[in-house]
Design a protein around this ligand. Sequence first.
Ligand code: ACO
Length: 355
Amino acid sequence: MTDPHRPEADARPAAVLRGLGTFLPPRVVTNHELSERMDTSDEWIRTRTGIRERYWVEPGTATGDLAVEAGARALKSAGVDTVDAVVLATTTPDHPCPATAPWVAARLGLGRVPAYDIAAVCAGFVYALANAAGLILAGVADRVLVIGAETYSSILDPADRNTAVIFGDGAGAVVLEAGRADEPGALLGFDLGSDGGQHDLIAIPGGGSRQRSGGNPPDPAGSYFTMQGKRVFVQAVTSMGGSSRALLERLGWAGDTVDRLVGHQANVRILHAVADDLGIDRERAIVNLDRVGNTSAASIPLALADAAAAGDLRPGERVLLTAFGGGLAWGSTALVWPDINPNRHHPTRPERWTP
Ligand code: ACO
């Protein structure tokens, strides 16, 4: 009988995960701290979302700063100091223009490589992986640094309990390299989708050309992140479930052969509902949102690194990644976990995997 965890020989070219690095800023913001500032409670946040604490940057720290830290750690984890391209997923760029990635590439000493941002909100990291894999398969690049970095604390309305308790800051990055489909770490396929008909469910209404061209004076309130949580919840479950199922069918992976479900860390109830939908035991769903909150485009790499550090993600295991966010946009990919040493900077936890 063939071992479902050992792919048949498959010489097709693929983008292969070679390194993983993460960075969280030093300031921990607990549910208790938030409950002193707004009408909420640790009990409500924990039971409705699963979140206990999150990290927010100190004044003066921007997304690019976190991206540089995570990117440097991913390069170190992969044992390389050059790449052919940098793709950065973020909803909170340093500036509306230019993109954040070129400055990050320059600060990492990566030279004059192509570097650009991807805007797919919480699905951004999976979109960026697909984009980087495309560069590799098209022969444009042999090695790509893919970063997901966010400073949501900069776009949250501090008085809005619907959003301020959910989101955290942080960054994660991977190095992808040209390889073969039968290597551990090979990204085995993608399912991506969007539904712009529901663009208003997650939005920063102001600050863009829609507002400016309307001749309306800038409204500071319009620069805050807004989310219709209940409707987003339903869409998150159905979109991540549907996207994952489409990918698993294409790969010929039954749900119960998936060792680890690494879903976008928005809400533990969403992760469990997606696991149930796919026939994956809830214990196989990786959860680190209790410690970091929803970090949007940084969520998937932060979850991967924390799971690997905790021994919950081991070489040879089948891993399904799925994410969902504003747009609406969603995406999934899958891989067999490779033997890599993630390089984490987690201010309040030991860095067991730092080489
Ligand atoms: N503390 C206390 N009470 C609160 C809080 C809070 N922080 N927030 C809302 N409430 C209250 C509401 O006012 C409401 O009170 P009412 O019944 O008197 O009207 C009650 O709690 C229930 O509110 P809901 O919004 O219905 O709460 P729900 O159970 O849906 O949880 C949540 C809200 C956590 C936001 C949930 O809907 C959710 O997780 N949604 C999905 C978020 C997500 O998946 N995001 C991913 C994409 S994000 C991106 O792309 C950037």
